[in-house]
Design a protein around this ligand. Structure first.
Ligand SMILES: [Zn+2]
Length: 251
């Protein structure tokens, strides 16, 4: 975003320069496409979160620049926020939810330890007679944004927010979370889904969004989404019957 912010400021300067010359015949003559360009510049400038910038030139075009609303991410926070936010650790546990975000450039793939644990879990599931295919692992901010927007296009914001994380707020960006088995609520009632619920902690994972905790986690029950915590902590969280936010004392 830093790049586009700078671009926005540059465009703002260009817009100012354009408006200064727009009354000039020579300037107009050199800008046969002044309207499309002005429109494009206006859009870019509006998309820049710089509410404190004071335009030097008044006028209709500039008034739009003063709009306080910058480009907001789906979370309602500015995109700029994700450039500077720091990851949140509670008792050493990386916490990502609708309140706590990750920086935009956080992560670049699955956590190696978590992935090894996933392989163990998959092997054990296979021995037990169940396939526990990896459906989704690490997702970048950009991938999550595309995914979220696709869901919103289909289901609308309100519904999408119950099952899809905003970019910067997905556990998948930690590299510690995986979707396995079958990404469907019915997975919970399959033998494989029950096996996962009963054994995930033995491999260091918890079912991150349990049934009955929707109001706390902010997400619907996701029997397929597991989060790596290490065997000790995952076992404690599992045995507590609490969701992660509750276990960490945030509720
Ligand atoms: Zn997931």
């Amino acid at each position: 975003m830093k790049h586009s912010i700078r671009k926005g400021i540059l465009l703002s300067a260009l817009l100012g320069a354009f408006l200064l010359t727009s009354g000039c015949t020579a300037g107009m003559a050199q800008q046969p496409q002044e309207h499309p360009i002005a429109e494009q510049q206006k859009t870019e400038v509006e998309a820049t979160p710089e509410p404190t910038r004071t335009p030097e030139v008044g006028g209709k075009g500039i008034a739009a620049v003063e709009e306080p609303e910058g480009p907001l991410a789906p979370s309602g926070k500015s995109y700029e926020y994700y450039e500077t936010v720091e990851p949140t650790y509670v008792d050493g546990v990386l916490l990502v939810n609708k309140e706590y975000a990750l920086p935009r450039d956080y992560g670049n793939g699955e956590d190696a330890t978590a992935y090894q644990a996933l392989l163990k879990l998959q092997r054990a599931a296979r021995w037990a007679g169940y396939s526990m295919d990896l459906m989704s692992g690490y997702r970048s901010f950009e991938t999550q944004e595309e995914l979220y927007n696709d869901y919103v296009a289909v289901d609308g914001v309100e519904k999408a927010d119950t099952y899809s994380a905003w970019p910067g707020h997905s556990e998948h960006q930690t590299g510690l979370a995986f979707d396995v088995g079958w990404v469907d609520l019915q997975f919970a009632d399959t033998p494989a889904g029950r096996w996962l619920a009963n054994h995930a902690h033995e491999y260091g994972f918890i079912i991150r969004y349990p049934e009955g905790k929707e109001d706390i986690t902010g997400y619907q029950y996701e029997p397929w989404h597991i989060r790596y915590l290490g065997v000790d902590l995952a076992t404690k969280v599992h045995q507590s019957g609490l969701c992660l936010e509750e276990y960490l004392g945030l509720i």
